[in-house]
Design a protein around this ligand. Sequence first.
Ligand code: PSU
Ligand code: MN
Length: 301
Amino acid sequence: MLEYLKISEEVKQALSESKPVVALESTIISHGMPYPKNVETALNVENIVRENGAVPATICIIKGKLIVGASADEIEYLGKTGLKVTKASRRDLPILISKGMDGATTVASTMIGAHLAGIKVFATGGVGGVHRGATETMDISADLDELSNTPVMVVCAGCKSILDLKLTLEYLETKGVPVIGYGTEELPAFYTDKSGLKVDYRLDTPKEVADAFRCKMELGLKGGMLVANPIPSEFAMPSDVVNKAIETAVNEANALGIKGKEITPFLLDKIQKLTGGESLESNIKLVYNNAKLASLIAKEL
Ligand code: PSU
Ligand code: MN
């Protein structure tokens, strides 16, 4: 395995001393935000993790190595190369790695990298889910099955309503994935703190979340846990503005026949263009908020 995995010295040392480490994904860098904001954000997120007492481990694939703890140069490369870096989910790993290629890891494949390295907590913006119209298209993100199989906790701001949030919760229930509302009874919807859908459990402190995850591991229940941390209200967007942009983006994607792994990046980009810089700012702020919470949970664990 060492042949494929490259863990940075800093992350290796932190793990060997049982210090808190927070995994970070790279699809959000290459496919989720425009350059150079993506690089600036990724580096700020790493700083926030450090300020909160944990070690950041940005995960990606460079020249066929699954990197755990990317360098600033590697982050710059991923951000600048943008969409030309292959979006890499679980199924892409064997080919990209054996061929010596690059890849920007999604939530699913970042969880895999984190687990191989021994990292338990992962912070991101939004996770993939069940797409609208999935009863026809069967488009369900591999992130959800990863959450049911791989023992890594994912701290996010819920899901964008480019997805069918109700079906996403149903799927997570079927797959036995605990969904925790952090300080809320409601599933947050990324740009807004409300979706109108209830989560099963509300927990209010990093310790409560860490205790639940430890309990899950000790019981031998496989899979991870989804911690939905609402965007702070001062950064949230008016829901009518967001929903209108999402409607337009989804209709355009359908009209163009966009599907498969292209659909999520297409919608993210479209929404950003339709709402101007405002949604990008909200997006950045919620990622910072998640990086902080994940660090505090990792410390408790
Ligand atoms: N949702 C967002 N921002 C993102 C993603 C999802 O709000 O950047 C990215 C994440 O990397 C996630 C991936 O794992 O998209 C899901 O893609 P798909 O739906 O193709 O599985
Ligand atoms: Mn999909």
